[in-house]
Design a protein around this ligand. Structure first.
Ligand code: ADE
Length: 228
């Protein structure tokens, strides 16, 4: 069994590098790939945005026998109760910028598949919830819905997306990973740590709190991986 780990940016993986004894593999591929203890886990840095996320994860899933997938990274919090440093265990993900309403589809719905919300694997979500109960972090950790699009959400846009989709956090990869995982039949869960609140301060807060957010997430992710 190989666990796949996917993130968008190097900083999101660096916090796990030592604990997972990650070593770089796959030179020649366009993506940064790392293996942990043999190939019990393979980590991929897919890059930012839906195309990078989908292309990178497709590469990972077609070259390695990944049986379970964990997506990790930071996100903008759009639910009223989420603060910077809190963590969302994503129970589902929607592409908020996918709009075929002109053809009668619901906003966010993938034509062909007729799926709007890609649902995380219930057993993996349950494992993440248990992992959260077993660690002690002075932040809120709760389940939520991730909204993904090719846009860094700021300046009031977060409130609009909250209203439209009742999502909890915004990012630029989770639903793309979920879509690809669905196509490959691989169960997934994603953990997103809040780096900003998708508001006017979001660009500055993202830079300031990226390190804090990924640091918070690492304990939970390690505990989850150990239980899988
Ligand atoms: N990732 C972290 N913060 C984000 C935001 N505000 N919008 C999109 N992706 C993000």
């Amino acid at each position: 069994m190989t666990i796949g780990i996917v993130c968008a940016m190097q900083a999101e993986l660096d916090v796990l590098r030592d604990a997972l004894a990650l070593r770089e593999i796959g030179s020649g591929s366009p993506w940064d790939l790392y293996a942990s203890r043999g190939e019990s886990a393979i980590a991929l840095i897919s890059g930012v945005g839906k195309v990078s996320a989908a292309a990178g994860l497709s590469y990972l899933l077609s070259h390695y026998k990944v049986t379970k997938l964990v997506g990790i990274g930071v996100a903008g919090g759009i639910a009223e109760d989420l603060r910077i440093g809190d963590i969302v265990i994503c129970r589902g993900a929607v592409q908020h910028d996918l709009d075929l309403t002109a053809f009668g589809y619901e906003l966010g719905m993938v034509p062909g598949l007729r799926i709007k919300e890609f649902k995380a694997d219930r057993a993996l979500v349950a494992k993440a919830v248990t992992a959260a109960e077993e660690i002690s972090l002075p932040v809120q950790i709760r389940q939520g819905l991730a909204l993904t699009g090719d846009k860094f959400v700021a300046h009031g846009e977060g409130a609009r997306l909250r209203q439209l989709y009742r999502g909890d956090c915004v990012d630029m990869e989770t639903a793309a990973w979920a879509h690809v995982a669905h196509l490959f039949g691989v169960p997934w869960v994603a953990i997103r740590s809040i780096s900003d609140q998708a508001d006017g301060e979001a660009p500055a807060n993202f830079k300031e709190f990226l390190g804090h957010a990924v640091g918070n997430m690492s304990q939970l992710v390690l505990r989850l991986l150990a239980s899988m």
